[in-house]
Design a protein around this ligand. Structure first.
Ligand code: NAD
Length: 267
């Protein structure tokens, strides 16, 4: 049976692709035991073939709370009830003008990007509490800085993740658990439409950034006390501007007709 055998452990949702996949690779390379879950069976199979006994892969739809609990149970059996880092990262980016968006799309985005994050943290809390120095880490987004038109619901879920993280960074400390998140910009993963990648600038905060940089932020977050991890770092100044002058961002977006066109997905 695949087991941690005393290694530190990370549980990653959305681990079959993009930033979850790169994080699995980075942590396995650093000697950690990786729990990898996703709905993408083929991607998980490839990850298992690549990482062997460094990874326990399980097919999981994070919106299925019963199945999420079972996946964490199986993981806990392999780690003797320990979890050093929960990485709630699975997400979808379905968008479009809010008032025209099919209601099922709205609910899917809310359920996968936010409700499942609540579920995962709730279910994993006993493991995190049982592990000294543990970290609850979640993927928010640069769209949690100022809501992005045509991905309004997506942006709202990522704001919710950011607020949840801040509150839990205080609440969970009583249990010895830290909380942090990442706010990525335009990361070169399959979630981004080809058009968005092709039109991305080559420099500045909206440049196309490799998913390995997010994986590195997860690693750095575990070894730090910082709450928000902006990737790339230029987004931090954008967040400060948003706080002091959100109307300037709104007016800039109005003059551009919105940063992202209809139907585009993420960040
Ligand atoms: P990705 O599509 O490569 O990876 C997302 C993974 O989540 C996929 O493997 C997918 O199968 C999985 N997933 C989707 N629904 C699931 C479900 N119900 N249960 C389990 N797994 C599910 O894209 P990514 O860019 O690596 O996305 C990771 C996270 O980063 C997401 O939360 C996304 O919103 C966020 N994000 C992405 C960008 C970007 O530009 N790529 C920017 C900011 C935030």
């Amino acid at each position: 049976m695949t087991a941690a055998n005393g290694r530190k452990s990370i549980f990653i949702t959305g681990a079959a692709s993009g930033m979850g996949l790169e994080t699995a690779r980075l942590f396995a390379g650093e000697g950690w035991f990786v729990g990898a879950v996703d709905v993408n069976t083929a991607g998980l199979g490839a990850l298992k073939a690549e990482l062997g006994d460094k990874v326990l892969t399980q097919v999981l739809d994070v919106t299925d709370r019963t199945a999420y609990a079972a996946a964490l149970d199986a993981f806990a059996k392999a780690t003797d009830g320990k979890l050093d880092l929960l990485f709630n990262n699975a997400g979808i980016g379905r968008g479009g003008p809010f008032i025209d968006q099919p209601w099922q799309d709205v609910m899917d985005v809310v359920n996968i990007n936010f409700v499942a994050v609540l579920s995962g943290i709730h279910l994993a809390a006993p493991l995190l509490k049982a592990t000294p120095g543990s970290l609850c880490f979640t993927t928010s987004s640069s769209s949690a800085i100022f809501g992005i038109p045509n991905i309004a619901v997506y942006s709202a879920t990522k704001h919710a993740v950011k607020g949840l993280t801040e509150a839990l960074s205080v609440e969970l400390r009583a249990h010895g658990v830290r909380a942090a998140d990442t706010l990525p910009g335009m990361i070169d993963t399959p979630i981004l439409p080809d058009e968005a990648k092709a039109n991305a600038p080559t420099e500045g905060m909206w440049r196309l950034t490799p998913p390995r940089e997010v994986a590195q932020a997860v690693w750095d977050a575990y070894h730090s006390n910082k709450i928000h991890w902006y990737v790339p770092i230029e987004l931090e100044a954008y967040d400060a501007m948003q706080t002091s002058n959100p109307e300037a961002i709104r007016d800039q977006m109005l003059s551009m007709g919105g940063l992202f066109s209809e139907g585009s997905e993420t960040p």
